[in-house]
Write a protein that binds this ligand. Structure first.
Ligand SMILES: Nc1ncnc2c1ncn2[C@@H]1O[C@H](COP(=O)(O)OP(=O)(O)OP(=O)(O)O)[C@@H](O)[C@H]1O
Ligand SMILES: O=P(O)(O)OC[C@H]1O[C@H](OP(=O)(O)OP(=O)(O)O)[C@H](O)[C@@H]1O
Length: 330
């Protein structure tokens, strides 16, 4: 089937085609009941139960497709969205400086990605790193030096700001324009210092193991990133964007919370509900037994053990913890 000819009237939703964000993104789609079958080698999949087509793209390219308004929604990293924004700003600045035409206000207002929500997975930091045993201790020490990175536009923006600060603080010779040299590398960036290509690098750190293994240390953070849902500034079907956002938010909330149910004497209710205030408020039902109530309340998964300890301490009994499959609680 020629899928490209079946896209008419469908909202386009970009999903990372590989890498670290792929599985968590697919889990979200499944939780949101977005049903599709991806044919082998095809980067487009029609959704069976909604007027949507999924487009599988490299995470780093998704901000371009969404920002240009060619795709309506996307799941990608905040780091690559920031890199795309920095690239567009850099391009506009360069055009303005060279007297070339820049986008009008109206054109600019149509372009770029709008963050709909933080998806809570894929956490990492884009950090400035230098050799642990080297002479550079602060980012300012790297002004005018060689920096290896795959995030050239964010790195340029970061060092341009540092250079400006250094200039205006009189820390640099105003007659001699310092310019940090940003070297574009497409992977294994950590090797650049050891091999003499760079004095410092700007690269992603998650566990920190790669950085440590390369004998590097982080001295500043350029962007703290997680996966995000982004939309274009003028999506083809805003109602469908809202529906998908609401479903995805429901799945994320369900992943983060559990339902805690327990019985407690009515006299202890104020103390107990202080421990389990719920998202909006706890649900309280009278029990057949005089003076007792049943409480159910959403509790953050990561706090549940402490919450159960505290409830036991105030005299709650029959404490049950239930998984939430899906929610619509806002
Ligand atoms: N340790 C990590 N290293 C790189 N990216 C990470 C890490 N942890 C989370 N991420 C997030 O995952 C996104 C995609 O990175 P990943 O390297 O998996 O993609 P990819 O498409 O396979 O890219 P590439 O082929 O360039 O490595 C990053 O932009 C970032 O937001
Ligand atoms: O802090 P850590 O958990 O060690 O993860 C960080 C490393 O992971 C990524 O590299 P990737 O594995 O994608 O390979 P690459 O160097 O070829 O980009 C990133 O560029 C770092 O090198």
């Amino acid at each position: 089937m020629d899928l490209v000819n079946h896209l008419e009237g469908r909202l386009l939703f970009a999903v990372p085609k590989k890498g670290r964000l792929l599985q968590a993104a697919l889990n979200l789609l499944e939780g949101a009941d977005i049903q599709f079958r991806r044919e082998s080698r095809l980067d487009i999949a029609l959704v069976k139960n909604l007027p949507i087509a999924l487009v599988f793209l490299p995470a780093a390219d998704i901000p371009t497709f969404v920002g240009e308004g060619r795709v309506d929604l996307g799941i990608t990293g905040r780091d690559v969205v920031a890199e795309h924004d920095a690239a567009v700003e850099g391009l506009n600045r360069a055009s303005a400086q060279s007297g070339k035409s820049t986008p009008t206000k109206e054109e600019a207002a149509q372009k770029g990605c709008v963050e709909v929500m933080d998806l809570g997975f894929g956490a990492c930091k884009l950090q400035v790193q230098v050799p642990e045993k080297g002479k550079y201790k602060t980012p300012a020490d790297l002004i005018g030096k060689n920096i290896g990175t795959s995030f050239v536009h964010l790195a340029e923006e970061f060092f341009a700001k540092l250079e400006l600060e250094a200039d205006s603080a009189g820390g640099a010779d105003a007659t001699k324009k310092l310019k940090t040299n940003i070297i574009e590398l497409s992977g294994s960036v950590e090797a650049a210092c050891a091999l003499g290509v760079a004095d410092g690098i700007v690269d992603l750190v998650e566990s920190g193991e790669t950085m440590k293994a390369a004998g590097l240390m982080a001295i500043d953070t350029v962007v703290a990133s997680t996966a995000v849902l982004v939309k274009s500034k003028s999506p083809s079907n805003p109602a469908m964007v809202d529906l998908l956002a609401s479903r995805i938010r429901g799945v994320i909330t369900a992943q983060k919370f559990v339902l805690c149910q327990y019985n407690v004497e009515r006299t202890k209710l104020p103390q107990a509900t202080k421990i389990t205030p719920g998202k909006r408020a706890p649900t309280i039902n009278a029990l057949e037994e005089e003076g007792w109530v049943a409480v159910s309340s959403m509790v953050e998964k990561k706090r549940i053990a402490i919450v159960m300890d505290e409830l036991t301490e105030v005299g709650a009994t029959d404490i049950l913890v239930l998984d939430i499959v899906n929610t619509r609680t806002f």
